[in-house]
Ligand binder design. Sequence first.
Ligand code: AMP
Ligand code: MG
Length: 418
Amino acid sequence: MALLRDDCFDLGDELTPLGEALAVLSGRLTTVTGTTTVPLRQALGRTLAEDVIAPRDVPPHDNAAVDGYAVFFDDLDPEVETRLPVSGRIAAGHPLDREARRGEALRVFTGGPMPEGPDTIFMEEDCVEEDGTVTLKPGIKRGANRRFRGEDVKTGSVIIAAGQVLRAQEIGLAASVGRNELNVRERLRAAVFSTGDEVRDPSDEAPPGCIYDANRYAVMGLLEGLGCAVSDLGILPDSLDAIRDALAGAAAEHDLLITSGGMSRGEEDHVKAAVEALGSLHFWRLAIKPGRPIALGQVADTAFVGLPGNPVAVMVTFMRIARPVVLLLSGRRDIDPFRFRVPTGFDFKKKVGRREWLRARLVTGDDGTVTVMKHPAGGAGILTSMVESDGLIELPEDLGALDKGTDVDFLPFSEVTR
Ligand code: AMP
Ligand code: MG
């Protein structure tokens, strides 16, 4: 199993733009998960660990694209109707049991394998068959309605590359070349904690001064969406010993530890000291909003990500920073989310020099054009704003004022949660 580099999360003390930080991660983080072979039915959502090389052509033979009649194009009269005897039948899975002959028409059905010779297929709707003879109109093109061997997949080609997450279409494609098992990455084993004396599990009472634990549930959902095997390790009190012991125990059994809260430098925030006692921790000075503080490090040989405490900051930093970490450790290489350029329906001012995310909703106008609207709540603790949004607007570092109607990058939640 690959080990983490000692310095993989060290960004130095400079204020770092997000793009640079992510490039550093891509360069330094290697896959830590092992591989396993699973039946195709269990491969959905898994990360492929092999290049799938096609052992055969798809389709494996030339075949009919329609129900109709197959003929030799050279038997057709280009000017007037042609009448040919119908003297054979080819259905899907039932090839002709002899060679095709000049001067005959063959009744064919979609998917039926084409023999040598007949190269053109008439759709049955365009033909009249009577007394064993079919009448064919002039004007068809040579090769019409025929599908070619290997037109989808050629033997020997890489049809799905290692590192690809397997969606329904990849599973279908693997099946189409006769693969019934695939070599995939083991799921990344991720342990999730919350911290804070005020934080309570929703199954418990919340006495005065306490809040329910939103973060752990949100983070577990995000990790499961990325294909991790998630362990729920509960809520840690604001106590150095308790946090240190819990992290040390979890590190032995997991590839990644994620906490939220307890990362600021306040006297009740002990996560920093605990991780430093067990390994190393780097507070990232990222030029972003929201999302500070965030820290990455190692507990023994297990990666550690310390997210902020406020639920929106937790989710946003997970989507844009923890997600790439998870994907890279899991063997995925497609870490950049799709972004869509969408015009804004509002003016906005931001501080130059940092990347900023706004929770946003897509709105379709009466004329069908889509604009993106910023959620009115700006606070990093307003979790309802995430529920009422479709995704994030990502504003670049160099942007200052944004005028209504300007195109911005919109990242649908679907693109930053898988
Ligand atoms: P902290 O970083 O621990 O100082 O937390 C910052 C803010 O986030 C505080 O208002 C916390 O109460 C809140 N917070 C921390 N952890 C959670 C959690 N698990 N669920 C909801 N809010 C939290
Ligand atoms: Mg706290």
